[in-house]
Design a binder for this molecule. Sequence first.
Ligand code: FAD
Ligand code: NAP
Ligand code: SF4
Length: 685
Amino acid sequence: MSPATAYPHLLAPLDLGFTTLPNRVLMGSMHTGLEDGRKHFPAMAAYFAERARGGVGLMVTGGFAPNIAGWTKPLAGTLATSAAARRHRVVTDAVHAEGGRIALQILHTGRYGYHPFCVAPSRIKSPISPFAPYELSARGIERQIRAFLRCATLAREAGYDGVEVMGSEGYFINQFLVTHTNHRTDAWGGAYENRMRLPVEIVSRMREAVGRDFIIIYRLSMLDLIPDGSSWDEVVQLAKAVTQAGATILNTGIGWHEARVPTIATSVPRGAFTWVTKKMRTALRAQGITIPLVTSNRINTPEVGEQVLADGCADMVSLARPLLADPEFVLKARQGRAQDINTCIACNQACLDHAFKNELATCLVNPRAVRETELVIRSSAQRKRFAVVGAGPAGLSAATTLAERGHEVHLFDGSERIGGQFNLAKRIPGKEEFHETLRYFGRRIELTGVRLHLNTRVGSDALIAGKYDGVLLATGVVPRDPKIPGQEAANVLSYIDVLLHGKPVGERVVVIGAGGIGFDIAEFLVTPPGHSPTMNLHEWLAEWGVADPETVRGGVVRPQPAPPARKVTLLQRKPGKLGKNLGKTTGWIHRAALQMKQVEMIGGVNYERITPGGLLVTYGEQRRDGQLIECDTVVLCAGQVPLRELQAPLVAAGVAVHLIGGADEAAELDAKRAIDQGTRLAASL
Ligand code: FAD
Ligand code: NAP
Ligand code: SF4
């Protein structure tokens, strides 16, 4: 089979009448933070140009506000003047020079705006912003519509190929559509015809303003996932109306930001919501409406994209984070090199979490993302010899980057496989995507010519005798010893015993330590062996209470979690809520998942002693209220400390030693830091 036919649907051109897209991949809008400062435009140009070079059919920028009222936060990126439009030229020119196409997303946040000037159909504060919005007058609404039109006209002036009107995710337009947020009694509220007037007017007047040969994507909330959300009939009615008003493409939006259903996290099954777009496509086709539909969420491999299109779910697929992870996604698919794709693992750790912390986004598996002008991997003028000890994320990224630059690299690991702790992480239900990173690095080792020495626990003598130009210690971490009396007993296991060695665990378990690993172990233990709801869409939808929107408004019902496989108690010494330091955008999912499995979470405990019957704890500084938490097994997840026993002898022998990843610093270590540090060091040697 020739490479071009491996993904015939994904790589087929799409004729929009006035222009033809080269393939069916749309790079979905992502807020990277580059939108929010004039100084970032050259970096934004490089970021999009790299992805245009990688062959994406059509890209959409992060959201730009059409006016101050629509800001995401104070001084957020805004396109409201010709001077601002001129600044975008560097972006559109760079994309077009690479043969790409780009649309600007117009994002009005309404009551989600994190600033005091936010506006909405009604004065109803959102649960995710401290600011109550001003209720708009009819004149105020007209001003917002004009701002949308001005923004689209300026986008055209700036050289964009189109715009995306953000009508989903619970933002401004969405807030007009549902009675949950629209309590108006005038011509913009009440009956659905009134509530949907705003998007229809915006699109029809925008089409008039920008002309026929300009792409207007309308992002339609097909599944609100909130109580009192839109009914299915309403969503279909709106789809028809915005199509007739002049939209070129309909994109899929799933879930409002305030929804309590995960929509893009790694535990969400791949392609979990494509059935919603398919339902819409079927409804529209039945009425003779053939507007191209884009489906979205957790499509991260060419295989999934191809399958979704072959199944008739949509006409295009939206990949957002997967193109942060690998700008050459489409190119590699076209060249039959899907195995070389650096797959997005949907962790959110460096993209969405950064955006929500007001930091520039990047990518855990690709630290060059959004750093294209700063982190440049150049061939080395001189070929040197390096030893990298440890093939975890830090060592893998360093070794492959060094070899890519032309150095001779020997990568050692005491284990029989590469990956370090990722081999534990990949066993957690909902973290199956971690396999992909290991597959990717395995390929990178082959392609870059790294000499891999597995089952080789290397010592300092061998490293000194090797006469390397430098040794990178990526030896990771070892579990911290919590020194709890009784911990030597047979009923006490470490997370490594459980995840790597598969030691038997009893029916009632106490987990000591509620960091990332404690939460993951709890998730592992409440799930039946070898099972994962992430691998079973039907079960996953039931667990989170996602229903057919045709049967219930907004598509949410009461979650129906399967019973837990064990009784788990999760403990920490700090008082207060457990899991506070988990990911900004995913921590709530981990907490909710464990709550659904009746995991008891207790903070502020002292570990007094482990006995054959369980764990004896007391509470608070006074060590009061002694209590035996009965259990069959205690699992220790009490943090980690660096493993750097090789450092001193190597330094003493005059070897140039570099510490990376957990070997350098165990506190707050994660794979994001390990990969970033490994890559940056290797780029500089
Ligand atoms: P490690 O991954 O620990 O690798 C060190 C390697 O060095 C090992 O393979 C070891 O065999 C080898 N080694 C040590 N000494 C020698 C020697 N003398 N000779 C040869 N080889 C040697 N991070 C995230 O960012 N997101 C997550 O969702 C996430 N989930 C996790 C879930 C679990 C259950 C666990 C355990 C960890 C998770 N992590 C997660 C943490 C992440 O895996 C670590 O931060 C990361 O692996 C650290 O990378 P590293 O390369 O520094 O060390
Ligand atoms: P961690 O997040 O630092 O958590 C360690 C836990 O152990 C804490 O709950 C801590 O709480 C407890 N602890 C610390 N010292 C202790 C002691 N002496 N005795 C008993 N308990 C003690 O570390 P981790 O869970 O081992 O995870 C390691 C790294 O992997 C983390 O930095 C994390 O970022 C990363 N990781 C990330 C994810 C993810 O989803 N992003 C998942 C897994 C791991 P108290 O001190 O309050 O008891
Ligand atoms: Fe995907 Fe994680 Fe990278 Fe975000 S940080 S793009 S979720 S791999």
